[in-house]
Design a protein around this ligand. Structure first.
Ligand SMILES: CC(C)(COP(=O)(O)OP(=O)(O)OC[C@H]1O[C@@H](n2cnc3c(N)ncnc32)[C@H](O)[C@@H]1OP(=O)(O)O)[C@@H](O)C(=O)NCCC(=O)NCCS
Length: 443
């Protein structure tokens, strides 16, 4: 019960942050015929009921394959694009029709015996995609394989504004009325870009854990692209990843790749601080900024356990309020991960580094280093030329950052008077010789 209350409270910032946002969610045809589909429908319905504007894009791989097999048609690919002869069109239309109907049925069942009972959503689908033929490449005619020309974004936006969930299938129509097969990944990517979506989300069929174990789950587009070139990265996965990468480069703030086999994957990704999938984002995810009076509660929660252990000097709420302008912090999704403070002694061109604290879950990731670099840069620009720190248990960390042992008498006079002999902290000093480069910008 305690865990539930904690989880629910922690998810509140995400509920607020996601309201009114547009998410494009792409999933394969596999999930539609799997026993997990009702759970996915339930999670998507929950998202919509929290005010998220949803555009769903579905694949049809198993449905199409089954019908092609039945018609004894073998599809070939050329330059990674399927060649789709006219003879395969009936199988394509049937596969899309059947999958779409299954999805519509799933969303119309009223979700009996689930917490979302009676919360059926209105799905809207239609001729939202204008396509053109891939055409002839290297002499090979791709027939009914197509590329997206544009999306009917005003119609889609209108449907979203009216509270409907928009469902896009991997098929588009040319202005001459012909149908063309599209990859669901490219539909999702284009939808996210052209609608200016806040998130593009791919539910991956493959178990991502095997590939991403022990790695950072937050990547910028360049890092993600080099990951796709690694051995063992399947072509099917690559399409989704490249869709995310391109979407990010075209202005979509965040793209998520989530292992759909994990129970509640979508909710874990969207309503917990660290998520469970891979996040690709071109923007700054962890933000370093100056602390404000509104951060006092979060700062106290971060430093109180360290004060209790005697690692940091105790600061009361009132003292923190008075000294808040000295603090900078690093936050992720409105949660404070780390903080540090700089107290200045301008008469002596000196500054004190204090209260450097990183949340235990985020240690040894370089956050402490980044905050210290920011403070050193800030000190330099304020005309300070040397810094000191008083520490009981973190001496070596500061030594590794260029601080040298010193005496109490080396401190600014005003600070010497405040030295707490009972605490018996060690003194370290660093001379600043040039503006140190900070790795992350102050937001
Ligand atoms: C000290 C602290 C701020 C470091 O932050 P961090 O983000 O974990 O550190 P970084 O990722 O930048 O650096 C990690 C390195 O510092 C080392 N390190 C961490 N704490 C250390 C300590 N107390 N003494 C010596 N080295 C330490 C780690 O072993 C690691 O070394 P490695 O890269 O060789 O493995 C963090 O551990 C913390 O909050 N500690 C408790 C509060 C504290 O001691 N504050 C300083 C008082 S002013």
């Amino acid at each position: 019960m305690d865990q539930f209350v904690k989880w629910f409270r922690n998810s509140t910032p995400y509920i607020n942050a996601h309201r009114g946002k547009t998410f494009v969610v792409c999933f394969g045809g596999e999930v539609v015929i799997s026993p997990d589909f009702p759970a996915l429908v339930q999670d998507l319905t929950l998202l919509a009921s929290l005010g998220v504007r949803l555009v769903l894009v579905h694949g049809i791989a198993p449905q199409f394959r089954q019908r092609l097999d039945r018609a004894r048609i073998a599809l070939v690919e050329h330059a990674d694009v399927p060649v789709l002869p006219v003879a395969a069109l009936p199988a394509l239309k049937e596969a899309i029709g059947a999958t779409r109907l299954d999805i519509e049925a799933g969303f119309s069942s009223g979700l009996p015996q689930t917490p979302m009972d009676g919360a059926a959503l209105r799905l809207v689908s239609g001729n939202f995609l204008i396509a053109r033929p891939v055409g002839v490449r290297d002499g090979v005619d791709h027939h009914h394989s197509g590329e997206i020309r544009r999306l009917e974004t005003p119609a889609i936006r209108q449907a979203l504004q009216q509270g409907a969930v928009v469902l896009l299938s991997p098929i588009g129509y040319s202005t001459t009325g012909e149908a063309f097969f599209l990859s669901c990944e490219s539909v999702a990517m284009q939808a996210a870009i052209q609608l200016g979506a806040d998130k593009l989300i791919f539910l991956e069929e493959e178990d991502a854990a095997a590939v991403t174990a022990g790695r950072s789950s937050q990547l910028d587009p360049a890092q993600a692209e080099s990951r796709t070139r690694e051995a063992g990265f399947s072509p099917a996965r690559r399409q989704a990843w490249m869709g995310c990468i391109q979407a990010c480069r075209s202005g979509v703030p965040r793209a998520h790749l989530i292992p759909r086999g994990q129970e509640g994957a979508l909710l874990l990704e969207l309503f917990t601080r660290d998520g469970i999938g891979t996040l690709i984002t071109a923007g700054t995810y962890d933000v370093v900024r100056e602390a404000t009076i509104d951060d006092i509660g979060g700062l106290l929660a971060l430093i109180a356990p360290l004060e209790a252990q005697g690692i940091l000097v105790h600061r009361s709420r009132e003292q923190l309020e008075l000294e808040i302008a000295n603090f900078i912090l690093m936050e992720r999704d409105q949660t404070i991960l780390a903080c540090a403070a700089l107290y200045t002694f301008p008469g002596e061109e000196a500054g004190e580094i204090a209260c450097v604290a990183v949340h235990p879950d985020y240690r040894e990731l370089g956050l402490g280093h980044d905050l210290l670099a920011h403070l050193e840069q800030r000190a330099w620009t304020r005309g300070l030329r040397w810094l000191f720190v008083l520490t009981t248990q973190t001496a070596h960390w500061f030594i590794e950052h260029g601080y040298r042992p010193a005496r109490i008498e080396d401190l600014p006079v005003a600070r010497q008077a405040l030295y707490n002999f009972k605490r018996n902290s060690k003194v370290f000093i660093k001379a600043l010789s040039a503006a140190p480069a900070a790795r992350r910008p102050i937001a």
